[in-house]
Design a protein around this ligand. Structure first.
Ligand code: GDG
Length: 726
């Protein structure tokens, strides 16, 4: 078994020595550290773009060869692909969308085409060495189609996906022309992870509405497996930041920095150049603070580190100009011969300098307009070690959910930023330390190792859960076994559900008429004296009698409340009609306030159908209806059941399970076959002996032994059996 990480970039730096020869070194990001520390005896591989434009085949071979020692597998991309897939669809379409920058979203067909193509390239690169049993963990928004591509191309692997940026609300996500493809792409994974439960909730709602899926909180049944969604807030390598400051070299840097900048209170901000980071708002907040609190002039400075990023994308170049201008204006306006309000660094800092900077800063000002998590906030807290310091943090960063002892601000509100700076400057040291320690305790425990191992562990659990669930698909081999068993048996029982099994669902129940083909198959099966053929349905007896009254079948209506044996109908259950007025009124009220839903009144069952109602809305109404029914139904000793897009109220005395029990009676059948698509059919399956062939249509079932994926596969299957009839 191998663990294969797939991300846009490989954690590698390619540089050139004096003779222009390539040199390779691993670059240590949070993810690499987290994975390296995985407490698992597992071989780790990494697939990704090596970060350099490698043109000739000879150079590519050279790179492949040199990366082998790290178990890195490069995907080579052309400059055009980088422009359209990376800078284009990833960073000019998905990135602004996920960060709520609606008007920044660019739609270009070539971006999308390239995105698909590059996801395919990553898929191919991984397939070259993926083997059954492997665990694949796909990282981030550049590869949202990959989970599904991998699932289609190979079986018996576990696929995880982690989304490092926010997932927007459905109302925003729906604007994307490729929304279906992206969601389907992600749902190819067994486990989809987000930093917070908010993003997870947005994803679930988008998938339910766009793909018409129904989640049970964190999980959704997809054909032959369950896909799970969960929140895994990413942590940092806490010990690294906490301990680095004790190293002599870092201490020296810190003392130099302290001399240069520490004469004033120092506020620090560190970001990649990005409009989502709220840099302009932050600068305005700081300027307003100076303006409104002249007593702090010459006493507080802001050190702003901005790491160049994506400067080939137009928006980023514009932002850079705006930042330069704003800082210029602030410094121009407020600087004195003794004081520079804003120190501005537009380049990356070596790690040691960054940690030293974190350590000496009195305040970290982290105010993104949107941020998936924000690791800078956590790194600052760790690097403070035991020195006081205050974190001002945006409510819009994922980190705000965990870091509740920070001063939380709305980053759009300049005055809130101003007030937070004042509060931070004036916060007593004791209070600073109290808050710091609470947050340090949390982030030291929830570190990046725990994040990575938590995700992989969960992925493994899901694999086991899904394996336990998997009913066997009926293929030619199983069909042969069933047929042979059939031939060798003398007393056979068939229990067949009707809607969703023998016929597909129709908008109007009266339209789901049996086809001549179905009637022919049933007639043929029933023609053998060895066979007892039962249609076990929730339908009222009028329908079953109208459609099957002329065939020699056993019919069970309304889950067995009435049944027909040898041509005679029996009442298993005394009629409940007329229905209690209070209950009927509750149902009627829900029909009135839920367009497209309807009530079916049967002799022993009341059914509220909501197949045609919007998913989210019907979940709401379903829950409200069940809540409203609980008291009156318990007074009347009636049972409330949730089915496939229905809510039923019925007598608790009969179910398809009790009907199956009645059918089995004292008979010693040597061949039993039951087919159904609903949870009510699982009641049938449960009552049957282990030797019975229980077949679930559609989604997987914990109880059925076999599975037929689509209703359309049922008649061909029964037809093949009926051809054996003796
Ligand atoms: C994305 C999501 C999510 C920054 N400047 C320097 C430097 N850095 C390092 C920091 C930190 C990293 O870069 C930035 O991480 P963030 O989390 O703050 O932000 P993004 O780059 O936007 O990351 C984000 C993250 O993915 C993880 O899931 O938290 O929300 O947008 O580690 O230390 N490192 C050095 N010099 C610098 O000047 N050495």
């Amino acid at each position: 078994m191998k663990l294969i990480i797939i991300s846009n970039r490989l954690p590698v730096k390619i540089s050139f020595d004096e003779s222009n020869l390539m040199e390779f070194s691993r670059s240590e990001g949070g993810l690499t550290t987290g994975l390296d520390s995985l407490d698992m005896d597992i071989e780790k591989h990494w697939v990704g773009w090596p970060g350099a434009d490698i043109e000739s085949d000879e150079d590519k071979e050279y790179v492949i060869h040199h990366l082998e020692k790290f178990k890195f597998h490069p995907v080579f991309l052309t400059p055009d692909q980088i422009e359209d897939y990376y800078e284009g669809y990833s960073n000019s379409t998905i990135w602004p969308l996920c960060h709520y920058f609606y008007s920044y979203i660019q739609y270009e067909n070539r971006f999308w085409e390239s995105y698909k193509h590059v996801n395919e390239l990553f898929c191919q690169a991984a397939l070259d060495f993926i083997e059954p049993g492997d665990i694949v963990w796909v990282q981030d928004y550049q590869l949202m189609l990959l989970p599904q591509m991998l699932r289609k191309s190979t079986s018996d692997i576990s696929i995880g996906y982690f989304h490092h940026i926010p997932f927007p609300s459905y109302e925003l996500f729906r604007v994307l022309p490729e929304r279906d493809e992206l969601l389907k792409g992600l749902l190819g994974a067994d486990l989809i992870g987000f930093h917070t439960h908010e993003y997870m909730r947005h994803f679930v709602s988008a998938a339910e509405r766009v793909l018409d899926l129904r989640f049970k909180l964190d999980q959704v049944v997809l054909n032959n497996r369950i896909a799970y969604v969960d929140a895994f807030p990413m942590g940092i390598n806490y010990d690294l930041y906490y301990n680095s400051i004790e190293q002599t070299k870092v201490k020296e840097i810190a003392s130099v920095l302290k001399k240069n900048y520490g004469i004033h209170k120092l506020i620090l901000s560190v970001d990649r150049l990005d409009y989502s980071k709220g840099i302009i708002h932050r600068l305005k907040g700081f300027a307003q603070f100076i303006e409104n609190h002249p007593e702090y002039k010459e006493k507080v400075s802001l050190a702003m580190i901005i790491v160049p990023s994506r400067d080939n994308v137009g928006r980023y170049a514009d932002l850079k100009t705006k930042i330069d201008e704003t800082i210029g204006a602030i410094n121009g306006m407020y600087s004195t011969i003794n004081w520079t309000p804003v120190y501005y660094f537009y380049h990356s800092f070596p790690f040691d300098e960054l940690v030293a900077m974190y350590n000496i800063a009195d305040i970290a000002l982290v105010t993104p307009l949107r941020d998936g998590m924000n690791l800078v906030a956590k790194e600052y807290l760790a690097a403070k070690r035991d020195k006081p310091g205050v974190l001002i943090l945006s409510e819009m960063a994922g980190a705000a959910i965990e870091l509740t002892e920070a001063i939380l601000v709305n980053p759009n509100d300049i005055t809130e930023i101003e007030n937070a700076i004042l509060e931070a400057i004036e916060m007593p040291e004791e209070e600073q330390l109290r808050r710091l320690q609470i947050m340090q305790q949390l982030i030291s425990k929830h570190n990046v190792n725990r994040w990575a191992s938590g995700f992989v562990k969960e992925l493994k659990n899901i694999k086991n859960k899904n394996a336990a669930l998997l009913s066997e698909k009926i293929d030619t081999h199983t069909l042969q076994i069933i047929q042979e068993d059939y031939r060798n048996s003398d007393k056979r029982l068939f229990i067949l559900d009707y809607d969703g099994t023998l016929v597909g669902f129709k908008n109007k129940p009266e339209d789901a008429v049996p086809t001549p083909e179905l009637l022919g198959i049933l007639e043929k099966l029933a023609s053998s004296t060895k066979n007892k053929i039962v249609i076990s349905s929730g339908r009222p007896k009028v329908f079953l009698e109208k459609w099957f009254g002329n065939l020699p079948l056993t019919l069970a209506a309304e889950h067995g409340a009435h049944f027909k044996e040898d041509g005679i109908w029996y009442e298993n259950e005394s009629l409940i009609e007329p229905w209690d007025e209070e209950i009927i009124n509750i149902f009627q009220n829900f029909v009135d306030k839920t367009p497209r839903s309807k009530l079916e009144v049967k002799d022993t069952t009341l059914v509220w159908h909501f197949r045609n109602v919007d998913n989210w809305f019907s979940s709401l109404r379903e829950q409200q209806l069940v809540d409203a029914l609980i008291m009156p139904c318990s007074r009347q000793n009636l049972q409330i059941m949730r089915g496939n897009k229905i809510v039923e109220v019925k007598s608790p005395h009969h179910t398809k399970g009790s009907e199956a029990k009645r059918l089995l009676g004292n008979n010693d059948y040597d061949f039993i076959l039951a087919i159904g698509d609903d949870t009510t059919d699982e009641d049938t399956f449960r009552e049957l002996p282990c030797s019975a062939y229980t077949i679930k249509i559609g989604n997987i079932s914990e109880i059925a032994r076999y599975n037929i994926r689509h209703q359309s596969g049922v008649l061909p299957f029964l037809k093949q059996l009926s051809e054996n009839v003796k």
